[in-house]
Write a protein that binds this ligand. Structure first.
Ligand SMILES: C[S@@+](CC[C@H](N)C(=O)[O-])C[C@H]1O[C@@H](n2cnc3c(N)ncnc32)[C@H](O)[C@@H]1O
Length: 165
């Protein structure tokens, strides 16, 4: 599953999946993504839905992909809870996200800019600590690569679900 697939820029890169289900809440974005879904190498369905309320049963998807989306999702904690629910135990979550950086001055600058930035850029927050939220949600982070002064993170994590047995 891909979360917040926008105009479908990731669609040409899916090769080793039987099927991809993408969710996107903006009808116009979904519409723009359809030609890319149709010309993709694997079958892709694009469903109008929000990450905070995923219309899928528990333990349904093998892998969940999110690129540049956790900056915009209004309730990222709820979205991660939902992703954990619909992703199979030991399933994978793959993220490319921009985040708040630890540098004192630049991090503070991101805080100051966010109220203006999110109005200009369709709800995008510069100050999200997405890696922390992913860990808090209960995913086991297996790899983190940092780019461009640590603003961009490429994260791989595994969905660890509690077992009582
Ligand atoms: C910056 S765009 C990134 C699009 C795409 N992931 C990409 O990498 O090109 C952010 C996307 O998140 C979507 N979005 C916003 N709120 C969302 C939500 N609650 N659940 C899922 N997607 C959401 C937006 O509609 C938009 O398509």
């Amino acid at each position: 599953m891909e979360i917040g697939s926008g105009t479908g820029l990731n669609f040409p890169f899916y090769e080793h999946a039987n099927k991809v289900t993408a969710i996107e809440p903006e009808p116009r974005m979904r519409e723009l993504s359809l030609p890319r879904a149709q010309s993709a190498q694997v079958p892709i369905d694009v469903i109008l839905a929000e990450a905070e309320k995923l219309p899928f049963p528990d333990d349904f998807f093998d892998t969940v992909v999110c690129t540049l989306v956790f900056c915009t999702i209004p309730n990222p904690t709820k979205a991660l809870e939902e992703i954990r629910r619909v992703c199979k135990p030991e399933g994978h979550i793959l993220l490319i996200e921009h985040v708040k950086i630890e540098h004192r001055f630049l991090g503070q600058l991101q805080e100051w800019l966010t109220p203006f930035w999110k109005r200009l850029c369709d709800g995008c927050h510069l100050n999200r600590n997405t890696l922390h939220l992913v860990k808090l949600a209960g995913f086991k982070v297996t790899s983190v690569n940092r780019y461009y002064k640590d603003i961009f993170l490429v994260v791989e994590a595994i969905n660890k679900k509690q077992s009582f047995f």
